[in-house]
Design a protein around this ligand. Structure first.
Ligand SMILES: Nc1ncnc2c1ncn2[C@@H]1O[C@H](COP(=O)(O)OP(=O)(O)O)[C@@H](O)[C@H]1O
Ligand SMILES: CC(=O)N[C@@H](CCC(=O)OP(=O)(O)O)C(=O)O
Length: 283
């Protein structure tokens, strides 16, 4: 596709009011799913994050890694079990989750962001007690419910020019470690930081009325309509925690929450800096 000079200029001009609007604001990006398995897409996401920082946005990157955990469990001959989009996490599994998320995935992303010209610091919920959790009421083994978020660490990092990259294992109150769904953790962190936006990147184009038909994208959702959508059976699997936490974030004061397609290169930039946006927006 050929783009003329005036079209190019238009795109930049269109971005200007957004650049002004977001300067100094906090945006929490959750990165996960298949978009994190493709190297080219990974680099595109990293350069978007660097660009966000350069225009004065305080970015916090929260990452998932479900597919990587599944792969490691498979390697040791253990099957992954999900209930309502959450991993049943026994004692052996929480060890693997910590290794994979806080070890491999987190540090790989730190290195990638550094290589893209950003300054990154990798943290998990145990570092500086960033995330404190209790066992979730519904018994899913070592799956936790966040009780406290120590946002000072994130603010200090941002103030010193670092982009925090957060993996979502949390500290219990009695020495135990909990597995937290990364969407849920991102939403809580966004709320506690008073973020302007929460962006969840995933492997579909957004919330679909029919999950097998990408032509049925629901572009805008009022959070008070979610209960009805759930009743209609529109939302299932990994979409359940995603939607719940968009609602939760908005109810806790985050202006907008978005589910966007991580399979499209630079979808974050399209969401942030164009009038049309992309994916599903919750308000
Ligand atoms: N109504 C829906 N619209 C979009 N996706 C849906 C819907 N219902 C279920 N899903 C499923 O949810 C998945 C996204 O959740 P998940 O796999 O947990 O993503 P991630 O790994 O990015 O957190 C989609 O790939 C899709 O299969
Ligand atoms: C409790 C729970 O389900 N935790 C998730 C944490 C990682 C995650 O959320 O990764 P994605 O965003 O890539 O799915 C898990 O164990 O898979």
């Amino acid at each position: 596709m050929q783009v003329s000079n005036s079209e190019r200029a238009n795109i930049l001009v269109q971005a200007l009011p957004y650049i002004k609007k977001y300067a100094g604001a906090t945006v929490v990006v959750k990165y996960g799913g298949n978009a994190m398995l493709d190297d080219e897409l990974k680099s595109a996401v990293m350069s978007d994050i660097v660009l966000m920082q350069l225009v004065g946005i305080n970015v916090v990157l929260v990452h998932g890694g479900g597919p990587e955990i599944n792969a490691m469990l498979k390697r040791i001959g253990k099957e992954s079990k999900f209930i309502g989009g959450m991993r049943y996490t026994d004692e052996e599994t929480i060890g693997i989750v910590q290794q994979v998320l806080a070890g491999k995935v987190n540090k790989d992303l730190v290195q990638l962001l550094e290589d893209a010209g950003g300054r990154a610091i990798g943290l998990c919920g145990l570092d500086g007690s960033l995330l404190k959790a209790d066992r979730l009421e519904e018994d899913l083994g070592f799956v936790g419910e966040i009780r406290e978020v120590n946002v000072d660490i994130l603010r200090d990092a941002a103030q010193n020019g670092y982009i925090p990259i957060v993996s979502t294992v949390a500290a219990g109150y009695h020495g135990e470690v909990y597995n937290i769904n990364a969407d849920i953790a991102a939403a809580r962190i966004a709320a506690e930081l008073g973020a302007m936006k929460l962006i969840l990147m995933t492997d579909v184009c957004g919330l679909l009325r029919n999950k097998d038909d990408e032509n049925t994208l629901i572009p805008v959702v009022n959070v008070s309509d979610v209960r009805r959508l759930k009743k209609e059976g529109v939302i299932n699997g990994g979409m359940i925690p995603k939607i719940d936490c968009c609602v939760d974030a908005v109810r806790r004061g985050v202006n907008r929450a978005h589910i966007i397609d991580g399979r499209i290169a630079h979808s974050i930039l399209v969401e942030l800096f164009t009038d049309e946006g992309i994916g599903t927006m919750f308000y």
